[in-house]
Design a protein around this ligand. Sequence first.
Ligand SMILES: Nc1ncnc2c1ncn2[C@@H]1O[C@H](COP(=O)(O)OP(=O)(O)OP(=O)(O)O)[C@@H](O)[C@H]1O
Length: 456
Amino acid sequence: MTIHTVLIVDDKADVRLSLKFLFKNNGFTVLEASDLAKAHLQIQGNSIDLVLLDMNYEFDTTSGDEGLKFLKQMQGVSAPPIIAMTAWSSINLAVEAMRFGAKDFFAKPWDNHAVLMMAKKHLALADIERVSTPINRAKVQSSSSASLLWHSPAMQQLKRQIDRIAKTDATVFLRGENGTGKTCIAQYIHQQSLRSGAFVGVNVAAIPENLFESELFGHKKGAFTDAKQDREGRFTTAAAGTLFLDEIGTLTLGQQAKLLRVLESHEFERIGDNHTHIADCRILCASNADFEQLIASAEFRTDLYFRLNTIELEIPPLRERIEDITVLAEHFIALHSKKYQLNPPTLTPAALAVMQTYSWPGNIRELSHMMARAVLMTENGNIGPSDLSLKRSHNEVEQANPIPALSLMTLEEAELKLLKMAMAQCNNQVEDAALLLGISKSAIYRRLEKFNIKTK
Ligand SMILES: Nc1ncnc2c1ncn2[C@@H]1O[C@H](COP(=O)(O)OP(=O)(O)OP(=O)(O)O)[C@@H](O)[C@H]1O
């Protein structure tokens, strides 16, 4: 279990002490700072997961200017999430603090349980953000392929193909956009295979150019300045198992030549070693790149491409298999609710309707993160469209909600009709209907009043 570190920044020792007890008793590591200069030093010198920041200090006990200045300085720096606290439950100061980057706020005196829940929520959200970045994604293993869902006809057909080829030793090239499940499918192929060794995944894009050979083939102690001891490469670790090379389209021509040699001859040498080893692993690889384009521009060798794509499988993007959305969304709601020990919220039909017309640029990974956020943020037990944090372009909104063939009518009549349709589709949830219509909350309330439409 991860132990999170919280930094409490407050000039009042009694405040620091109470919060310190609260967080220590709940399994956190606690650091303190009695002023903002010390807070800067703590942040620079330690790995801090969350900051509780008092907004007012000795010289100026009401305006919150010092806290705001600190928040401003932290903007753009990869700082931990900050929760503002103020003795003056001034809504204006809280709003200002959030405008300057605070994730949340609470007023003193506080409710211990509420503060703990707030802290846990923002730590969980920060974890989601961290895993969303490509570099961190490379380090985080995909969740077990045992929980893979194959619901849509397209995925069921893919599964039938995979089950047929899994037991052979054929090299498989998985193509598809980011987040479509290529890594999970590679793990599944390994599980279904007859290979007794390990599944070894390597994101080749994350290996620095000068370490590529050492990483894949290994090295002997003393082979180069930093080679302090013998190291086995991934080809050796994957012996009798499967080597999964992810982001294969990012290989340089030099790296491609080295890989091609081992794929053709099944032989390799560790750096600094004359002994030739036999490569005994099945190769799976994946990419989201446009390979036809890479080959046409001579950035990827044709001979290597043909070595890699004995079987080529295209994993469809989520927007092309909308039958999977409900099943996956419910799977992720259950998964994240269990993880964060919360009651699973219900996905409303209005939210689902919006999700089915969304383009899902981040595919299943985006859906998983979206459901994690919704589980953490939803307050009334229902996930509505406004809980989804969708990023739509104007065109998408238009395509998603095409205006049904309306017979000619006045603008006023059309407005009323659309308003009623949106309210009906969103179960009378005004904010959700506003989102669906692409207008602000105040704009929809104005129109509801104008047409005398009751919301309850
Ligand atoms: N069929 C599925 N059922 C359940 N979860 C899935 C499925 N496919 C993918 N996922 C989940 O979606 C997320 C992304 O999957 P994965 O990492 O395999 O995608 P990817 O295509 O390899 O992404 P990238 O191209 O960025 O490496 C993971 O959390 C994974 O568990």
